[in-house]
Design a protein around this ligand. Structure first.
Ligand SMILES: [Zn+2]
Ligand SMILES: [Zn+2]
Length: 382
């Protein structure tokens, strides 16, 4: 079969690989029909994630058709159209039982923090991902969900990560009716966070980025007030002025360690790797949020430390909430929002690319060329 093959930083290609096999009676094999490239795949692509091994297939946002099931799979049948959450979760452990599917204690033997994630280095379990014609899906009764007949598969594939991650960012923000919410980052997760903030009752939603075409998109899709941080001297002072000098009620970091802005953060975090990436969005969030406000983090940071203004967190009485999204927990609500027209995630898909052109797709997405917001790979044709 054809699969994306990581050859080292900035080098990916499509290669013939062995077909995945059922390795456990609870496994399934899925024939992939759509597989997105995620902003967090770019952390892998840029060589920022420890233990990303040459030969790995990335891809944690995919949907497809069940091709084969193991002897103990009960909920799926061959031929089912399924979307597969990015979290690999056992469904039985202490954490899965609380709905913390992103923190499964069984699916990632390499770590005690994050659970398994498809195609996300050996620090997330070493599972091959779905940027391939076929993929092995462990715990097949737990994660995958059969796609409702009425649902567009372009919406379904975005329910595997960016929709629930953006929605959970808003949920963790504890947004109250009338709140002002600032979202840092106008990538697909930030866009969904902005969209979701309204659903929780926000009365004002502001999106910050530096990529003009994404800000233009956010203005309509959010809809949101948008600002380019390149044009602003001091982001914290700017946001205070916008909000009666008090600061926004909720700040959402939908950027993580790949941030731009702040030469010193780029030097320490990105170039010298003394921090787990550039944490400027988190600084802005902490320093601008209202006293007693909430900072919600879904941007991805590495496991090593970041220098953040913890004294301000204490003195301002800020609540910080963060996690990988628990996709399976949120799916019923999100499916309702799509059905009712409250969300239109597929509008974010700008590029549809055959798997053979995976190198071009990564390059276009990483370099933010051609108005790219969300690229989807079509491993088995249209
Ligand atoms: Zn993703
Ligand atoms: Zn578990």
């Amino acid at each position: 079969m054809l699969a994306m093959n990581y050859r080292g930083p900035y080098r990916v290609r499509a290669d013939e690989r062995p077909m995945p096999r059922i390795l456990h009676p609870e496994d399934a094999i899925v024939r992939v029909t759509r597989s997105c490239i995620c902003g967090s795949d770019l952390h892998l692509y840029h060589g920022m994630v420890p233990d990303t091994r040459v030969g790995m297939t990335f891809g944690h946002e995919f949907c497809g058709t069940v091709e084969q099931v193991g002897a103990e799979v009960r909920n799926l049948n061959v031929g089912d159209h399924v979307l597969v959450p990015f979290n690999i979760a056992c469904g039985k452990c202490h954490f899965c039982q609380q709905g913390l599917f992103g923190n499964c204690h069984e699916s990632n033997a390499q770590a005690t923090a994050v659970g398994g994630i498809y195609g996300y280095s050996h620090t997330a379990g070493g599972y091959d991902g779905g940027q391939a014609q076929y993929v092995r899906v462990p715990y097949a009764d737990v994660g995958p969900m059969v796609i409702p007949d009425w649902m567009d598969p372009d919406d379904a594939v975005l329910l595997t990560d960016v929709v629930p991650t953006g929605y959970q960012a808003a949920e963790m923000g504890g947004i109250q009716p009338g709140d002002t919410v600032v979202v840092f980052g106008a990538g697909p997760v930030g866009l969904m966070a902005a969209r979701s903030a309204w659903l929780f009752g926000a009365s004002r939603v502001i999106v910050i980025d530096h990529v003009e075409y994404r800000l233009d998109f956010a203005r309509v899709f959010g809809p949101a007030e948008v600002y380019n941080f390149r044009e602003i001297d001091d982001m914290v002072v700017f946001l205070k002025k916008l909000t009666d000098s008090l600061g926004p009620d909720v700040c959402i970091d939908a950027v993580g360690g790949d941030a731009a802005g702040s030469a010193i953060q780029t030097l320490l975090g990105t170039k010298l790797k003394l921090e787990a990436g550039n944490a400027i969005a988190l600084h802005w969030a902490i320093n601008s949020v209202k006293k007693g406000g909430i900072v919600s983090i879904v941007g991805v940071y590495g496991p090593t430390g970041n220098i953040i203004p913890i004294g301000n967190v204490v003195n301002k009485g800020i609540t910080i909430r963060a996690n990988q999204a628990s996709v399976k927990r949120l799916l019923p609500r999100l499916i309702d929002h799509i059905k009712n027209g409250h969300m239109n995630p597929k509008a974010m898909i700008t590029h549809r690319v055959p798997l053979t052109d995976v190198a071009d797709a990564y390059h276009i997405f990483a370099a933010k060329l051609d108005g790219c917001i969300k690229p989807v790979l079509l491993p088995n044709g249209l």
